[in-house]
Ligand binder design. Structure first.
Ligand SMILES: NC(=O)c1ccc[n+]([C@@H]2O[C@H](COP(=O)([O-])OP(=O)(O)OC[C@H]3O[C@@H](n4cnc5c(N)ncnc54)[C@H](OP(=O)(O)O)[C@@H]3O)[C@@H](O)[C@H]2O)c1
Length: 272
């Protein structure tokens, strides 16, 4: 069967290059990951493609996401850039293609990029389309352009220190799914004493607890790891059933905007 929904747990590949990313994806696929998240700007699509080709997992079982870089958001650039990504990934079609960041300084209107993405979908280059790092205002513009039903996810930073509640509430109200990126706060959650206490009570790892917290809210999660044991543990996070008290204790870890890790100058929008 062909996957038309986003698998709950995916494998992130940000920062991973060359043999490191090929090994991480190969190990992940061996362990049972079927959802892999890359992006044009990661510079690793070809290495991810090598791992996908070598793994021999039937194409219809895989769910591969890429993200269109800001240089390629214009109506005449998006589809050619996506074809280049497909070539590197050695795929005929993506499962999900996202606008990676809203166009800095609104150089390209959201409506123009969304129309190009919808056209890519019509041409069969990607099964699903969506957005990433979109604020409420950007989501409103994307909804006006293609309709909420067409937007498969908004991939945003979400972890216990940054629950991103305004964006989450808006997306939920419009029926837009969310994907939590940096769900481990780039590893910071594993040393958190509250999370460690909950993990010990469940016989789980802290990373599993942080992922279970996000999964229970209905988000997909895309943790990355270069280590087999961590990849294996993260994939089992859906088995952890957190109580309401656990959820409340983790919710209480929320910090202010300073907890945001992905906030590149010149690129990040004015966050909600
Ligand atoms: N759309 C966007 O703009 C955007 C931005 C950032 C990230 N992302 C996506 O989100 C993915 C995840 O984000 P991320 O990779 O930055 O951060 P992350 O997944 O929150 O954290 C990764 C770090 O946590 C460590 N780790 C992983 N599993 C662990 C475990 N079970 N126990 C202890 N440590 C563990 C990893 O180290 P080891 O390798 O040693 O395990 C790595 O240093 C990215 O790879 C990318 O695909 C998207």
């Amino acid at each position: 069967m062909t996957a038309t929904t986003i698998p709950q747990i995916g494998l992130g590949t940000f920062r991973l290059q060359g043999q490191v990313v090929t090994d991480a994806v190969r190990t992940g696929l061996e362990l049972g990951y079927r959802h892999v998240d890359t992006a044009q700007i990661y510079g690793n699509e070809a290495d991810v493609g090598t791992a996908l080709a070598a793994a021999g997992v039937p194409r219809e079982e895989l769910f591969v996401t890429t993200k269109i870089w800001t240089d390629n958001l214009a109506g005449d650039r998006l589809i050619p850039s996506l074809k280049d990504s497909l070539h590197k990934l050695r795929l005929e079609r993506l499962d999900l293609t996202l606008i990676h960041w809203p166009s800095p300084d609104e150089v390209v209107p959201v409506a123009e990029s969304m129309a190009a993405l919808a056209e890519a979908q019509r041409q069969g280059l990607t099964k699903l389309i969506g957005v990433s790092n979109f604020t409420i205002r950007h989501m409103e513009e994307a909804i006006a352009a293609v309709g909420a039903d067409a937007i498969a996810t908004n991939q945003v930073e979400i972890h216990p220190y940054l629950p991103n509640r305004a964006v989450v509430d808006f997306a939920r109200n419009r029926g837009i799914h969310l994907t939590a990126y940096m769900p481990l706060a780039y590893g910071k959650v594993v040393t958190d004493p509250v999370i460690a206490r909950i993990a010990a009570a469940h016989g789980a790892s802290p990373a599993q607890v942080a992922l279970a917290w996000a999964l229970r809210q209905g988000f997909a999660v895309i943790p990355s790891s270069t280590r087999r044991a961590n990849l294996a543990g993260n994939l089992q996070a859906a088995r952890i059933a957190l109580s309401d008290a656990d959820m409340a204790a983790i919710d209480a870890l929320a910090q202010g905007p300073e907890a945001r890790l992905a906030n590149p100058g010149g690129l990040a929008p004015r966050w909600d």
